[in-house]
Design a protein around this ligand. Structure first.
Ligand code: DGL
Length: 300
C-alpha cells in the first residue's frame, strides 16, 4: 500500500457518511471507498457474532483495492466486533468510532469533578458497555447515563427529516428520562444520529454539549496516516499527478437499493454522490479464499 491507496469507511447504512463528510473536510486529497450494508441493516439489534461476520466479509470484499486504512464508522460494529475484526486482518490498520467519541466527551466535560455524561446509541452498543469502558478508562469518576434509542436508525434510513412529528416525539421520549439526570454532555453514540443533531441540541438546551464522534474520528485517522507516512497530499504526488489529485474521490458500494442511498446521501455527506455500486449479499458469502478463512473476493 502507498499514500495513493484509498481509505475504506463502512457502516450498516448511511450513518458512516457523517464520518466521510469530516474526512473529506480534513483530508480532501484522500480517495474514499464507502460500504453501506443496507440489505442487512440494522446492526444495532444483532449479536457480536453476526455483526463481526458481516464486517469481515465487507473488508474482504474491498481488500483487492489495497486500502491503507479501514474505518468502522459504526458504533455498533466497533463496540461488538473491533477486536475480532482486527485479529482477522493482522496486517491491516483498522479503527473504530467509540474511542474518538469517548475522548471528545471527556474533553467536553472539562474540569468538572464528576461530570454526568449521557449516551444515546443502539441496543447492542448500550449492552456492550463499550462506552462505559472507554470513558472510565479516561475519567474514573464520570457518571454515565445510557439510553438505547432503537427507533432512530430506521427513521433516518427511511429519510425522515428532523422536523417530522414522529421523529420529534421519539427523540423527546428518549431524552426525557435522561434529562432528569442533569447531564453535562450528550454523546450521539451512533453515526446515524448527527443528522438530527440540531433538533437534539434544541431539546437538551444550550448548557449540554452534544458530541458526535465524526470530527474526532477524522482527526484520529489523520494522525494515524501521518504517523505511518501514508497521507496523500498534492505535494507528495509525483510530477503530473499533482494536478489531478486536488480533490479525492468517493466511491460507494451498497448491498440494497442504490437509488435510495444516492438520493439520501447528500444529507449525510453534504454533496451529491455518484451512483453506488450494488453488491449482492450473496457475493459476500461463499467459499473462502483468504488465508484466515474469510473469503477474498475481487470486485469489478
Ligand atoms: N451507524 C450505526 C451505529 O453507529 C447504526 C447501527 C445500526 O445499523 O443499527 O451504531
Amino acid at each position: 500500500m502507498s499514500p495513493a491507496s484509498p481509505i475504506v469507511v463502512l457502516d450498516s447504512g448511511l450513518g458512516g457518511l457523517t464520518v466521510v463528510r469530516e474526512l473529506r473536510n480534513s483530508l480532501p486529497h484522500e480517495d474514499i471507498l464507502y460500504f453501506g450494508d443496507t440489505a442487512r441493516l440494522p446492526y444495532g439489534s444483532k449479536t457480536a457474532l453476526t455483526v463481526g461476520g458481516f464486517v469481515k466479509q465487507i473488508i474482504n470484499y474491498l481488500l483487492p483495492f489495497d486500502p491503507k486504512h479501514v474505518v468502522i464508522a459504526c458504533n455498533t460494529a466497533t463496540a461488538l466486533a473491533l477486536p475480532q475484526v482486527r485479529s482477522a486482518f493482522p496486517g491491516l490498520s483498522i479503527s473504530g468510532v467509540v474511542e474518538p467519541g469517548a475522548k471528545a466527551a471527556i474533553v467536553a466535560a472539562g474540569a468538572k469533578q464528576v461530570p454526568t455524561i449521557g449516551i444515546i446509541a443502539t441496543e447492542a452498543t448500550v449492552k456492550s458497555k463499550a462506552y462505559e469502558r472507554a470513558i472510565h478508562r479516561r475519567r474514573n469518576h464520570a457518571r454515565i447515563v445510557l439510553r438505547p434509542t432503537p427507533l432512530l436508525v430506521p427513521m433516518i434510513e427511511e429519510g425522515r427529516h428532523p422536523g417530522d412529528p414522529l421523529v420529534r416525539l421519539a427523540i423527546e421520549q428518549y431524552l426525557k428520562s435522561m434529562l432528569q439526570h442533569g447531564i453535562d454532555v450528550l454523546v450521539l453514540g451512533c453515526t446515524h444520529y448527527p443528522v438530527f443533531k440540531d433538533v437534539i441540541q434544541k431539546m437538551v438546551g444550550g448548557s449540554v454539549v452534544v458530541i458526535d464522534s465524526a470530527r474526532q474520528c477524522a482527526d484520529d485517522i489523520a494522525a494515524r496516516l501521518k504517523g505511518a507516512n501514508l497521507l496523500r497530499s498534492a505535494e507528495s504526488a509525483p510530477g503530473d499527478a499533482r494536478d489531478v489529485i486536488n480533490q479525492g474521490t468517493l466511491r460507494c458500494f451498497v448491498t440494497d437499493d442504490p437509488d435510495r442511498f444516492q438520493r439520501l446521501a447528500p444529507r449525510f455527506v453534504g454533496v451529491e454522490i455518484a451512483p453506488p455500486t450494488w453488491v449482492s449479499p450473496d457475493e459476500l458469502y461463499g467459499p473462502t479464499r483468504g488465508g484466515d478463512g474469510w473469503r477474498l473476493n475481487v470486485p469489478a
